[in-house]
Design a protein around this ligand. Structure first.
Ligand code: 1AE
Length: 410
Protein backbone atom coordinates (compact mmCIF):
# COMPACT_ATOMS: atom_id res chain seq x y z
CA UNK A 1 0.00 0.00 0.00
CA UNK A 2 1.09 3.53 -0.71
CA UNK A 3 1.51 6.65 1.46
CA UNK A 4 -0.99 9.44 0.93
CA UNK A 5 -2.11 8.74 -2.63
CA UNK A 6 -3.91 5.90 -4.41
CA UNK A 7 -2.07 4.66 -7.48
CA UNK A 8 -4.06 3.55 -10.53
CA UNK A 9 -2.54 1.36 -13.24
CA UNK A 10 -3.97 1.53 -16.74
CA UNK A 11 -3.30 -0.27 -20.01
CA UNK A 12 -3.66 2.10 -22.89
CA UNK A 13 -3.62 1.03 -26.55
CA UNK A 14 -2.66 3.54 -29.21
CA UNK A 15 -0.69 3.11 -32.43
CA UNK A 16 0.81 6.57 -32.38
CA UNK A 17 0.37 8.33 -29.04
CA UNK A 18 3.19 9.81 -27.00
CA UNK A 19 2.34 7.79 -23.90
CA UNK A 20 4.37 10.01 -21.55
CA UNK A 21 2.36 13.00 -22.70
CA UNK A 22 -0.85 11.02 -22.40
CA UNK A 23 0.00 9.99 -18.81
CA UNK A 24 0.79 13.59 -17.90
CA UNK A 25 -2.51 14.67 -19.43
CA UNK A 26 -4.41 12.16 -17.29
CA UNK A 27 -2.52 13.08 -14.12
CA UNK A 28 -3.35 16.75 -14.57
CA UNK A 29 -6.77 16.38 -16.22
CA UNK A 30 -8.23 14.14 -13.51
CA UNK A 31 -6.91 16.27 -10.66
CA UNK A 32 -6.27 20.01 -10.98
CA UNK A 33 -7.58 20.34 -14.56
CA UNK A 34 -4.80 22.50 -15.96
CA UNK A 35 -1.30 23.17 -14.77
CA UNK A 36 0.99 24.94 -17.22
CA UNK A 37 -1.37 27.91 -17.54
CA UNK A 38 -1.56 28.51 -13.79
CA UNK A 39 0.27 31.46 -12.19
CA UNK A 40 3.12 30.39 -9.86
CA UNK A 41 1.25 31.37 -6.69
CA UNK A 42 -1.72 29.26 -7.68
CA UNK A 43 0.59 26.34 -8.57
CA UNK A 44 1.96 26.37 -5.04
CA UNK A 45 -1.58 26.14 -3.65
CA UNK A 46 -2.60 23.38 -6.04
CA UNK A 47 0.54 21.27 -5.73
CA UNK A 48 -0.95 18.97 -3.08
CA UNK A 49 -3.88 18.15 -5.39
CA UNK A 50 -1.84 17.43 -8.50
CA UNK A 51 -1.78 13.87 -9.87
CA UNK A 52 1.68 12.43 -10.47
CA UNK A 53 2.91 10.09 -13.19
CA UNK A 54 4.60 7.19 -11.41
CA UNK A 55 5.66 5.15 -14.44
CA UNK A 56 5.08 4.67 -18.14
CA UNK A 57 6.05 1.30 -19.63
CA UNK A 58 5.69 1.15 -23.39
CA UNK A 59 5.21 -2.19 -25.16
CA UNK A 60 6.11 -1.67 -28.75
CA UNK A 61 7.18 -4.87 -30.49
CA UNK A 62 9.22 -4.37 -33.65
CA UNK A 63 6.94 -4.47 -36.68
CA UNK A 64 3.92 -4.09 -34.39
CA UNK A 65 0.73 -4.83 -36.26
CA UNK A 66 -1.92 -2.10 -36.08
CA UNK A 67 -3.64 -2.22 -32.69
CA UNK A 68 -0.76 -3.96 -30.89
CA UNK A 69 1.12 -0.98 -29.43
CA UNK A 70 0.26 -0.24 -25.81
CA UNK A 71 1.63 1.18 -22.58
CA UNK A 72 1.01 0.58 -18.90
CA UNK A 73 0.63 3.89 -17.11
CA UNK A 74 0.71 4.42 -13.36
CA UNK A 75 -0.73 7.60 -11.92
CA UNK A 76 -0.83 8.61 -8.26
CA UNK A 77 -3.95 10.48 -7.11
CA UNK A 78 -3.59 12.42 -3.85
CA UNK A 79 -6.00 11.22 -1.14
CA UNK A 80 -6.83 14.82 -0.37
CA UNK A 81 -8.84 14.94 -3.64
CA UNK A 82 -11.50 12.38 -2.74
CA UNK A 83 -13.57 11.23 0.20
CA UNK A 84 -12.98 7.80 1.76
CA UNK A 85 -15.49 5.89 -0.34
CA UNK A 86 -15.20 3.69 -3.41
CA UNK A 87 -17.50 5.78 -5.68
CA UNK A 88 -15.31 8.85 -5.12
CA UNK A 89 -12.14 6.87 -5.82
CA UNK A 90 -13.53 5.19 -8.95
CA UNK A 91 -14.89 8.42 -10.41
CA UNK A 92 -11.55 10.11 -9.75
CA UNK A 93 -9.38 7.46 -11.38
CA UNK A 94 -11.71 6.15 -14.08
CA UNK A 95 -14.79 8.32 -14.36
CA UNK A 96 -14.58 10.29 -17.57
CA UNK A 97 -11.37 8.51 -18.51
CA UNK A 98 -13.23 5.20 -18.95
CA UNK A 99 -14.90 6.70 -22.03
CA UNK A 100 -11.77 8.23 -23.53
CA UNK A 101 -10.37 5.77 -26.07
CA UNK A 102 -8.86 2.34 -25.63
CA UNK A 103 -7.93 2.36 -21.96
CA UNK A 104 -8.53 -0.28 -19.29
CA UNK A 105 -8.17 0.12 -15.53
CA UNK A 106 -5.94 -2.75 -14.40
CA UNK A 107 -5.37 -2.09 -10.72
CA UNK A 108 -5.57 0.38 -7.86
CA UNK A 109 -3.02 0.40 -5.08
CA UNK A 110 -4.95 1.89 -2.15
CA UNK A 111 -3.18 4.26 0.23
CA UNK A 112 -3.13 2.99 3.80
CA UNK A 113 -5.28 5.95 4.82
CA UNK A 114 -7.91 5.12 2.17
CA UNK A 115 -7.92 1.39 3.01
CA UNK A 116 -8.27 2.14 6.71
CA UNK A 117 -11.81 3.45 6.11
CA UNK A 118 -12.96 -0.09 5.21
CA UNK A 119 -13.45 -2.84 7.79
CA UNK A 120 -13.67 -5.43 4.98
CA UNK A 121 -15.38 -8.81 5.33
CA UNK A 122 -16.79 -9.47 8.81
CA UNK A 123 -16.06 -13.19 8.57
CA UNK A 124 -13.71 -13.92 5.68
CA UNK A 125 -12.37 -17.40 5.02
CA UNK A 126 -11.55 -18.18 8.66
CA UNK A 127 -14.88 -16.82 9.90
CA UNK A 128 -16.99 -18.77 7.40
CA UNK A 129 -15.07 -21.93 8.27
CA UNK A 130 -15.71 -21.27 11.96
CA UNK A 131 -19.44 -20.82 11.36
CA UNK A 132 -19.54 -24.18 9.63
CA UNK A 133 -17.09 -25.95 11.93
CA UNK A 134 -14.92 -27.03 8.98
CA UNK A 135 -11.23 -26.31 9.42
CA UNK A 136 -9.62 -27.39 6.23
CA UNK A 137 -11.37 -29.03 3.31
CA UNK A 138 -12.82 -27.10 0.34
CA UNK A 139 -16.42 -26.14 1.00
CA UNK A 140 -19.31 -27.19 -1.23
CA UNK A 141 -22.06 -24.79 -2.24
CA UNK A 142 -25.24 -25.66 -4.08
CA UNK A 143 -27.29 -23.19 -6.10
CA UNK A 144 -31.07 -23.29 -6.18
CA UNK A 145 -32.22 -23.80 -9.76
CA UNK A 146 -35.79 -23.54 -11.05
CA UNK A 147 -36.99 -21.06 -8.50
CA UNK A 148 -39.21 -18.67 -10.41
CA UNK A 149 -42.87 -19.70 -10.39
CA UNK A 150 -42.32 -22.24 -7.59
CA UNK A 151 -44.06 -22.00 -4.24
CA UNK A 152 -42.72 -22.36 -0.71
CA UNK A 153 -43.44 -26.07 -0.45
CA UNK A 154 -41.49 -26.68 -3.63
CA UNK A 155 -38.52 -24.61 -2.49
CA UNK A 156 -38.55 -26.36 0.87
CA UNK A 157 -38.32 -29.72 -0.86
CA UNK A 158 -35.55 -28.52 -3.19
CA UNK A 159 -33.65 -27.12 -0.22
CA UNK A 160 -33.99 -30.34 1.77
CA UNK A 161 -32.65 -32.42 -1.10
CA UNK A 162 -29.67 -30.12 -1.56
CA UNK A 163 -28.92 -30.23 2.16
CA UNK A 164 -29.18 -34.03 2.28
CA UNK A 165 -26.41 -34.25 -0.29
CA UNK A 166 -23.92 -32.88 2.23
CA UNK A 167 -23.44 -29.35 0.89
CA UNK A 168 -22.09 -26.69 3.25
CA UNK A 169 -23.89 -23.74 1.73
CA UNK A 170 -26.99 -23.28 -0.37
CA UNK A 171 -27.42 -20.06 -2.27
CA UNK A 172 -30.52 -18.62 -3.87
CA UNK A 173 -30.40 -18.17 -7.59
CA UNK A 174 -29.45 -14.53 -8.18
CA UNK A 175 -32.60 -14.03 -10.26
CA UNK A 176 -34.94 -14.78 -7.37
CA UNK A 177 -36.30 -11.45 -6.15
CA UNK A 178 -39.07 -10.50 -3.78
CA UNK A 179 -42.24 -12.19 -5.06
CA UNK A 180 -45.63 -13.26 -3.73
CA UNK A 181 -44.98 -17.02 -4.06
CA UNK A 182 -41.78 -17.14 -1.99
CA UNK A 183 -41.49 -13.90 0.00
CA UNK A 184 -38.19 -13.31 1.77
CA UNK A 185 -39.10 -14.01 5.41
CA UNK A 186 -41.22 -17.06 4.69
CA UNK A 187 -38.59 -18.38 2.29
CA UNK A 188 -35.93 -18.09 4.97
CA UNK A 189 -38.17 -19.75 7.56
CA UNK A 190 -39.05 -22.78 5.45
CA UNK A 191 -35.50 -23.21 4.11
CA UNK A 192 -33.95 -23.03 7.57
CA UNK A 193 -36.56 -25.52 8.76
CA UNK A 194 -35.46 -27.86 5.95
CA UNK A 195 -31.83 -27.22 6.94
CA UNK A 196 -32.57 -28.32 10.51
CA UNK A 197 -34.35 -31.47 9.30
CA UNK A 198 -31.43 -32.37 7.05
CA UNK A 199 -28.92 -31.60 9.83
CA UNK A 200 -30.70 -34.14 12.03
CA UNK A 201 -29.85 -36.73 9.38
CA UNK A 202 -26.43 -35.60 8.19
CA UNK A 203 -25.12 -33.94 11.35
CA UNK A 204 -23.90 -31.14 9.13
CA UNK A 205 -24.28 -27.40 9.62
CA UNK A 206 -25.30 -25.34 6.63
CA UNK A 207 -25.40 -21.69 5.58
CA UNK A 208 -28.26 -20.45 3.42
CA UNK A 209 -27.37 -17.34 1.40
CA UNK A 210 -30.74 -15.78 0.68
CA UNK A 211 -30.83 -13.25 -2.16
CA UNK A 212 -30.98 -9.71 -0.77
CA UNK A 213 -32.96 -7.61 -3.24
CA UNK A 214 -35.22 -4.59 -3.59
CA UNK A 215 -34.63 -0.85 -3.83
CA UNK A 216 -31.34 0.32 -2.26
CA UNK A 217 -33.18 2.27 0.44
CA UNK A 218 -34.80 -0.99 1.68
CA UNK A 219 -31.79 -3.30 1.59
CA UNK A 220 -30.55 -2.94 5.17
CA UNK A 221 -34.12 -3.33 6.42
CA UNK A 222 -34.64 -6.41 4.23
CA UNK A 223 -31.33 -7.91 5.40
CA UNK A 224 -32.35 -7.48 9.05
CA UNK A 225 -35.79 -8.93 8.31
CA UNK A 226 -34.14 -11.98 6.76
CA UNK A 227 -31.74 -12.36 9.69
CA UNK A 228 -34.61 -12.07 12.20
CA UNK A 229 -36.38 -14.82 10.28
CA UNK A 230 -33.28 -17.03 10.70
CA UNK A 231 -31.08 -16.27 7.66
CA UNK A 232 -27.46 -17.12 8.38
CA UNK A 233 -25.95 -15.72 5.14
CA UNK A 234 -26.87 -13.32 2.32
CA UNK A 235 -26.34 -13.30 -1.43
CA UNK A 236 -25.91 -9.89 -3.02
CA UNK A 237 -25.73 -8.74 -6.66
CA UNK A 238 -23.01 -6.21 -5.92
CA UNK A 239 -22.35 -4.75 -9.36
CA UNK A 240 -26.01 -3.97 -10.02
CA UNK A 241 -26.10 -1.86 -6.83
CA UNK A 242 -22.50 -0.64 -6.44
CA UNK A 243 -19.63 -1.40 -4.10
CA UNK A 244 -20.67 1.32 -1.68
CA UNK A 245 -23.95 -0.46 -1.03
CA UNK A 246 -22.08 -3.65 -0.15
CA UNK A 247 -19.78 -1.61 2.06
CA UNK A 248 -22.78 -0.11 3.91
CA UNK A 249 -24.34 -3.54 4.41
CA UNK A 250 -21.17 -5.33 5.46
CA UNK A 251 -20.21 -2.65 7.96
CA UNK A 252 -23.66 -2.52 9.57
CA UNK A 253 -23.24 -4.04 13.05
CA UNK A 254 -26.74 -5.55 12.88
CA UNK A 255 -26.01 -7.44 9.67
CA UNK A 256 -23.76 -10.03 11.20
CA UNK A 257 -23.91 -12.89 8.70
CA UNK A 258 -21.50 -13.74 5.85
CA UNK A 259 -22.25 -12.01 2.53
CA UNK A 260 -21.67 -13.81 -0.79
CA UNK A 261 -21.07 -11.45 -3.72
CA UNK A 262 -22.59 -12.54 -7.02
CA UNK A 263 -20.73 -11.38 -10.19
CA UNK A 264 -23.85 -10.61 -12.27
CA UNK A 265 -23.04 -7.78 -14.73
CA UNK A 266 -19.27 -8.33 -14.41
CA UNK A 267 -19.06 -9.30 -18.08
CA UNK A 268 -19.98 -5.72 -18.96
CA UNK A 269 -16.70 -4.60 -17.37
CA UNK A 270 -13.78 -7.02 -17.52
CA UNK A 271 -13.49 -9.23 -20.66
CA UNK A 272 -12.23 -6.68 -23.21
CA UNK A 273 -8.44 -6.21 -23.39
CA UNK A 274 -9.05 -2.58 -24.37
CA UNK A 275 -11.85 -1.29 -22.13
CA UNK A 276 -13.36 -1.68 -18.69
CA UNK A 277 -11.94 -2.82 -15.37
CA UNK A 278 -9.70 -5.87 -14.98
CA UNK A 279 -11.27 -8.86 -13.20
CA UNK A 280 -8.76 -9.02 -10.30
CA UNK A 281 -9.71 -5.46 -9.34
CA UNK A 282 -13.43 -5.73 -10.18
CA UNK A 283 -14.11 -9.11 -8.60
CA UNK A 284 -11.10 -9.33 -6.31
CA UNK A 285 -9.78 -6.26 -4.53
CA UNK A 286 -12.89 -4.08 -4.64
CA UNK A 287 -15.27 -6.87 -3.59
CA UNK A 288 -13.01 -7.70 -0.66
CA UNK A 289 -12.49 -4.12 0.42
CA UNK A 290 -16.27 -3.61 0.29
CA UNK A 291 -16.79 -6.54 2.64
CA UNK A 292 -17.68 -9.67 0.62
CA UNK A 293 -16.98 -12.84 2.61
CA UNK A 294 -17.34 -15.02 -0.48
CA UNK A 295 -16.95 -13.93 -4.10
CA UNK A 296 -18.35 -15.87 -7.06
CA UNK A 297 -16.70 -15.60 -10.48
CA UNK A 298 -16.57 -17.68 -13.65
CA UNK A 299 -13.96 -20.46 -13.52
CA UNK A 300 -11.49 -21.50 -16.24
CA UNK A 301 -13.17 -24.90 -16.62
CA UNK A 302 -16.95 -24.66 -16.80
CA UNK A 303 -19.66 -23.15 -18.99
CA UNK A 304 -18.88 -19.42 -18.54
CA UNK A 305 -15.13 -19.24 -18.84
CA UNK A 306 -12.56 -16.79 -17.54
CA UNK A 307 -8.93 -17.45 -18.56
CA UNK A 308 -6.99 -19.29 -15.86
CA UNK A 309 -4.34 -16.61 -15.37
CA UNK A 310 -7.03 -13.98 -14.77
CA UNK A 311 -8.90 -16.38 -12.49
CA UNK A 312 -5.89 -16.99 -10.31
CA UNK A 313 -5.25 -13.26 -10.17
CA UNK A 314 -8.79 -12.79 -8.80
CA UNK A 315 -8.05 -15.42 -6.17
CA UNK A 316 -4.72 -13.73 -5.35
CA UNK A 317 -6.53 -10.42 -4.78
CA UNK A 318 -9.05 -12.10 -2.48
CA UNK A 319 -6.36 -13.52 -0.22
CA UNK A 320 -3.48 -11.02 -0.64
CA UNK A 321 -2.00 -10.44 2.84
CA UNK A 322 -1.05 -6.88 1.87
CA UNK A 323 -4.67 -5.75 2.22
CA UNK A 324 -5.33 -5.25 5.95
CA UNK A 325 -8.79 -6.86 6.06
CA UNK A 326 -10.02 -10.45 6.29
CA UNK A 327 -9.61 -12.61 3.19
CA UNK A 328 -12.62 -13.54 1.03
CA UNK A 329 -13.45 -17.08 -0.09
CA UNK A 330 -12.93 -17.58 -3.85
CA UNK A 331 -15.92 -19.31 -5.47
CA UNK A 332 -15.09 -20.29 -9.08
CA UNK A 333 -18.48 -21.07 -10.61
CA UNK A 334 -20.69 -21.80 -13.64
CA UNK A 335 -20.98 -25.21 -15.26
CA UNK A 336 -19.08 -26.96 -12.46
CA UNK A 337 -19.55 -30.74 -12.13
CA UNK A 338 -17.82 -33.33 -9.92
CA UNK A 339 -15.35 -34.28 -12.68
CA UNK A 340 -13.77 -30.81 -12.39
CA UNK A 341 -13.07 -31.00 -8.65
CA UNK A 342 -9.42 -32.19 -8.95
CA UNK A 343 -8.64 -29.24 -11.24
CA UNK A 344 -10.29 -26.77 -8.86
CA UNK A 345 -8.32 -28.07 -5.88
CA UNK A 346 -5.09 -28.24 -7.89
CA UNK A 347 -5.44 -24.60 -8.94
CA UNK A 348 -7.07 -23.01 -5.89
CA UNK A 349 -5.93 -25.22 -3.02
CA UNK A 350 -8.24 -26.02 -0.11
CA UNK A 351 -9.46 -22.49 0.62
CA UNK A 352 -12.03 -22.60 -2.13
CA UNK A 353 -15.78 -23.09 -2.41
CA UNK A 354 -16.80 -25.63 -5.06
CA UNK A 355 -20.10 -24.24 -6.34
CA UNK A 356 -22.67 -25.85 -8.62
CA UNK A 357 -26.26 -25.57 -9.70
CA UNK A 358 -26.81 -27.77 -12.75
CA UNK A 359 -23.96 -30.05 -11.61
CA UNK A 360 -26.02 -30.90 -8.51
CA UNK A 361 -29.65 -30.77 -9.64
CA UNK A 362 -28.86 -32.38 -13.01
CA UNK A 363 -27.30 -35.48 -11.44
CA UNK A 364 -28.88 -38.58 -12.98
CA UNK A 365 -29.74 -39.99 -9.53
CA UNK A 366 -31.23 -36.73 -8.25
CA UNK A 367 -30.27 -33.64 -6.29
CA UNK A 368 -29.09 -35.33 -3.08
CA UNK A 369 -26.88 -37.67 -5.11
CA UNK A 370 -25.50 -34.55 -6.86
CA UNK A 371 -24.19 -33.21 -3.55
CA UNK A 372 -22.88 -36.62 -2.53
CA UNK A 373 -20.98 -36.98 -5.82
CA UNK A 374 -19.23 -33.66 -5.18
CA UNK A 375 -18.35 -34.62 -1.60
CA UNK A 376 -16.94 -37.94 -2.85
CA UNK A 377 -14.94 -36.12 -5.52
CA UNK A 378 -13.55 -33.67 -2.96
CA UNK A 379 -12.59 -36.51 -0.63
CA UNK A 380 -10.88 -38.42 -3.45
CA UNK A 381 -8.97 -35.38 -4.69
CA UNK A 382 -7.72 -34.58 -1.18
CA UNK A 383 -6.59 -38.20 -0.74
CA UNK A 384 -4.79 -38.12 -4.10
CA UNK A 385 -7.05 -40.83 -5.52
CA UNK A 386 -8.09 -40.50 -9.16
CA UNK A 387 -11.80 -39.96 -9.67
CA UNK A 388 -12.33 -43.17 -11.68
CA UNK A 389 -10.57 -45.18 -8.93
CA UNK A 390 -12.68 -43.49 -6.26
CA UNK A 391 -15.85 -44.07 -8.28
CA UNK A 392 -15.08 -47.79 -8.50
CA UNK A 393 -15.12 -48.16 -4.70
CA UNK A 394 -18.26 -49.47 -2.97
CA UNK A 395 -20.53 -46.64 -1.80
CA UNK A 396 -19.40 -44.27 -4.57
CA UNK A 397 -22.36 -44.80 -6.88
CA UNK A 398 -23.17 -41.08 -6.90
CA UNK A 399 -19.67 -40.18 -8.08
CA UNK A 400 -19.70 -42.95 -10.68
CA UNK A 401 -23.01 -41.75 -12.13
CA UNK A 402 -21.68 -38.16 -12.26
CA UNK A 403 -18.51 -39.21 -14.11
CA UNK A 404 -20.55 -41.34 -16.52
CA UNK A 405 -22.72 -38.29 -17.25
CA UNK A 406 -20.19 -35.45 -17.42
CA UNK A 407 -16.76 -37.09 -17.62
CA UNK A 408 -13.77 -35.82 -15.68
CA UNK A 409 -10.54 -33.88 -16.08
CA UNK A 410 -7.34 -34.42 -14.11
C1 1AE B 1 -20.69 -17.21 -12.19
C2 1AE B 1 -22.01 -17.35 -11.46
C3 1AE B 1 -22.55 -18.75 -11.50
C4 1AE B 1 -23.97 -18.85 -11.03
O1 1AE B 1 -24.48 -17.96 -10.37
C5 1AE B 1 -24.77 -19.99 -11.38
O2 1AE B 1 -26.06 -19.89 -11.12
C6 1AE B 1 -24.26 -21.14 -11.91
O3 1AE B 1 -25.08 -22.17 -12.17
P1 1AE B 1 -24.57 -23.53 -12.81
O4 1AE B 1 -23.66 -24.20 -11.82
O5 1AE B 1 -23.82 -23.19 -14.06
O6 1AE B 1 -25.79 -24.32 -13.07
Amino acid sequence: MTGSACIATYRCYDDKADFHKKAQGIAVGLTVGSWTDLPEARKAEMEKHLGRVVSVTVHEPENAAPGERYADLQIAYPDVNFSRDIPALLVTVFGKLSMDGRIKLLDIDFSSSFASAFPGPKFGIAGVRKQLGIERRPLLMSIFKSVIGHDLANLREQFYRQALGGVDLVKDDEILFENPLTPLERRVEICMEAARLAEAETGQKLLYAVNLSGPTSQLAHNAKKAINAGANALLFNVLAYGYDVLHELSSDPDISVPIAAHPAMAGAFYPSPHYGIAAPLLLGKLMRLSGADLVLFPSPYGSVVMPKEENLAVQAALIDPALPVHTSFPVPSAGIHPGLVPLIIRDFGQDVVVNAGGGIHGHPLGTAAGGQAFRQAIEAALAGISLPDAAAQPGSEALKAALDSWGYKE
